[in-house]
Design a binder for this molecule. Structure first.
Ligand code: PEP
Ligand code: MN
Length: 338
């Protein structure tokens, strides 16, 4: 931690910072300038000490962390890439994994047609929302348990593992009984009670980025899952809120190389929720693979015009087949396979 003193801070004010640091068992390195002093505080526990402890002291201008607040998700903690196993499908290895399916499970026919179509096109994991985190309480909330049963049926019929969102801590056990992998949605990225329970579930977890959260906050949230002894965590970039309003969310493409540098966890990208429109999905999906993503999470509907949720951003089966062809070429160009 670096404590920068105000210009002209008194010797007593500097000494108070040093005393406080010593009381917290930190090593102190003083850099006394002619009119500005900088105090470096070192110690293995600096990550646990709030910066406010020093920021409140008289004469302190600014306090900056040099240690990252996240630990278990960091590359320092684990140098080698983590590979996640979702029902036998490996995410984070050489192969790029495509997870596809409808935003919401609507009925048996819709889900089976979607599963059949995405499987034929080469997707290896089926997605479908049974519990939907809707912005309005009056919107369709999902088929819930019935939706989970349909997902399990699709898994049996098509031999594909399934991923579905869990919205509440009290549903973690139920969803874990049906799904191969849990999804924690953007709106719940910092629902710490949910993260803890999902971490305990024993299921792999896809943690989507909160659309107003930094990468550091995201990795720190991942620590909640990892702290429960669950190392099967995948990060999913799905777009963030910016001033740009011509798309639904701005996909942060740079998050991919930043995460790859700073974390050992696999990174996938959801181009659908970022795009908000089916016509924009292919370009974003291809960019993600080119930038090093380990997989994609794509919304596909057998009849997007009739979709109950997110029809505009859903690809039809034929659009998805075409995109998969293009993705194969992009993956090969960066030394990956689909
Ligand atoms: C979803 O994947 O269906 C979803 C709701 O995504 P997000 O949490 O990213 O909005
Ligand atoms: Mn959706």
């Amino acid at each position: 931690m670096i404590v920068e003193m105000r210009t002209g801070a008194s010797r007593e004010e500097i000494d108070d910072v040093v005393l406080k640091a010593k009381s917290l068992d930190l090593d102190v390195q003083l850099n006394l300038g002619t009119d500005k002093t900088v105090v470096a505080l070192l110690g293995s526990n600096t990550g646990q000490i709030p910066t406010d402890v020093f920021a409140v002291l008289p004469g302190v201008e600014n306090v900056t962390r040099i240690m990252k607040p996240y630990k278990l998700a960091s590359r320092e903690f684990r140098h080698r890439n983590t590979v996640v196993d979702c029902g036998g499908v490996k995410i984070g290895g050489e192969k790029v994994v495509v997870i596809a399916g409808p935003c919401a499970v609507e009925n048996e026919k819709q889900l089976m047609l979607a599963a059949e179509g995405v499987k034929k096109a080469g997707a290896t994991i089926l997605r479908g929302g049974a519990f939907k985190p809707r912005t309005s309480p009056f919107s369709f909330q999902g088929l819930q348990k019935k939706g989970l049963e349909l997902l399990a049926m699709a898994r049996e019929q098509f031999g594909m593992p399934v991923v579905t969102e869990v919205v509440n801590p009290q549903d973690v056990r139920l969803v874990s009984n049906f799904a191969d992998m849990l999804q924690i949605g953007s709106r719940n990225m910092q629902n710490f009670a949910l993260l803890t329970d999902a971490g305990k579930s024993g299921r792999p977890v896809v943690l989507k980025r909160g659309f107003s959260c930094t990468i550091t906050e995201w990795l720190t949230a991942a620590d909640y899952l990892l702290a429960e002894g669950n190392n099967q965590v995948i990060l999913c970039e799905r777009g963030i809120r910016t001033f740009e309003d011509s798309i639904r969310f701005s996909l942060d493409i740079s998050a991919i190389p930043v995460l790859k540098r700073n974390s050992h966890l696999p990174v996938i990208v959801d181009p659908s929720h970022a795009a908000g429109h089916y016509a924009l999905v292919p370009a974003i999906a291809k960019a993600a693979i080119a930038a090093g993503a380990d997989g994609l999470l794509i919304e596909v509907h057998p009849n997007p015009k009739e979709a109950l949720v997110d029809g505009l951003q859903s690809l039809s089966i034929s659009d998805f087949i075409r995109l998969m062809e293009e993705l194969r070429t992009v993956a090969a160009s960066v030394g990956r396979r689909l």
